[in-house]
Write a protein that binds this ligand. Sequence first.
Ligand SMILES: [Ca+2]
Length: 249
Amino acid sequence: MKQLFLTMTLALAALSMQAQGPNPNSAKNLPLVKPTNVWLMPSDAELAEWKSLNEQASQEDADLPENIWARYEELGENPVLEDLYSGKCSWYCGGEVQRVTASSHLKAQGRFNYLPKNAHDFDHETVWAEGAEGQGIGEWLEYEFAGACPRVTGVKILPGHVKTKAAWEANSRPKYIKVSYLGKPVCILDLQDARGMQYFDLEKFGPFGYHNADKPSWRLRFEIVDVYPGTKYQDTIISELEFEGIDVH
Ligand SMILES: [Ca+2]
């Protein structure tokens, strides 16, 4: 009887583990953090229209008719475009990233390169792609900050190749990203499979950094733990990974 009970208990435990699915943080017991906000990209047609108007508006002698200007402003109100291109106040008014490095990157193809710095150039069309075999599990991006840099409390990520819907679907997107501060794992970001800017509030794990010129430089590392597979390519891509924080204004 005792043995039957034990067998049943084990069977139930196995069932419950199956129901929960793979747990990326079971090994390290790290907290899983969901995005507090997800802002979707405009449609491809709206993006193309915005890009064309943006190029016209950036000309030195730009003189757009009022209705065209209004349309440009309307398209620019998409939260992702506004965040990247409006030049509004943010942590970057005082914050600065000194260097972006990665464990690997895909080699350039034609006029396109996939360097780590592309993940932090405030351009949704340029991307970092890991260059390892397969889907890049274990590959990472690392950001270096000066001791004096304002402190970081949040991360904004545009996962996947967001330039077009087709490119986004064709390539892999990060699903779980492990965040490490000063070489120590902090948490795992639980990304949605959404073509948009995903904001993660990490205040309770930080703030990260010092905002003190007497302190040394410091780093945040973002490691791919799992992915949403692309339909055509295995390469895992991040279009942007930026920061929010304090000690500014
Ligand atoms: Ca970029």
